[in-house]
Design a protein around this ligand. Sequence first.
Ligand code: RBF
Length: 361
Amino acid sequence: MKPQNRTLRALPRIMPAFFLLLALSCMQAFGLGSKEAPGQGAPALTPQRSIAVFIPGAMSGSPIYEMLAQGVKQAVAEKNGAQATLTVTVIEGGFNQAEWEGRITALAASGTYDLIVSSNPSLPAIAASVSSKFPKQRFLLLDGALEGNPQIYTLRYNQREQAYMAGHIAALVAGEGATEARAAVRIGLVAGQEYPAMNEVILPAYREGARQVDPQATVDFRVLGNWFDAGKGAELAADMIRGGAKVILTIAGSANEGVVQAAAEAGAKVVWFDINGYGIRPGTVVGSSVVYQDKAAYEQTLRFLEGTLPFGKAELLGVAEGYVDFIEADPDYRASVSAPIREKQRVLIEQIRSGALRLEE
Ligand code: RBF
């Protein structure tokens, strides 16, 4: 008898087993299998806990997301110690924002994750929608705000402070060495896309910081339309520089590479956002206005694991609390920015730190 025939004849016998297996794996996929079944005679195992980190975009080129994953992993590693009862799964959601809610719904529907962690201002609304369908699913969201949903905790940064410090250094550097017949300072801002935090906080505060240096300062604001196209980033930056912008703040994910490249070629300067960027292009990057998202992700994940994360709350942290900062202690900053300008920037940072200058959101 040929092998296929033997298999065919055996089919009626193996079919029930096959369907049983299929049903079991479906139950597991949809979270119907009991992961933890206390009090049902099961041996008292340490409950396996699991965290999903949902990256709304891609990790590479977006340090705000790299810091997120790193902070969560660090907290879990620390809690785990020798035994690995906690697991972290990082999922990249990709750049199609229309797919994010479906992806997060699937994570919640799996029933696998005690906590879904993510970051950006569009996530709270998505999580709120998913939370109403999955009342046990909990969320830790950074860089966004939503108050009063008992399944969601949010933490955002004072981006008025962050962008104000960026505008201040940009205008100082742009205005340096200007001739007597002083033209108004012109600086630029490239954004991946428009969103409320950009239009209502970051852009106005960047302009406000620049106008503390020169009340006539103007900002050339350009929008890329995505968070990855470095070629288009370079094109926009080159055009801004031709239009007179001397320093550009770039908030465009992996497209930042194009902006810094175009600036270096044209002898213009760049201000970095979210992480210390001096080393990315020494001599071209003249400022770094940062958020300590790795620290925030680490601390809030620990709070969750210890059962003290206050779901329902929306927290705001800034310079005074140590989550927003401007990096001065870097040899590339000292090498590329003159001492008098660094002194003026130092005074500003000190004023914000001490509360003498209050930049409330
Ligand atoms: N910032 C990034 O660096 N990379 C991204 O891929 C990215 N995607 C975003 C998508 C949306 C829908 C929104 C509203 C913001 C996004 N941001 C991204 C901006 C991010 O939230 C933050 O404002 C900046 O990182 C500045 O801190």
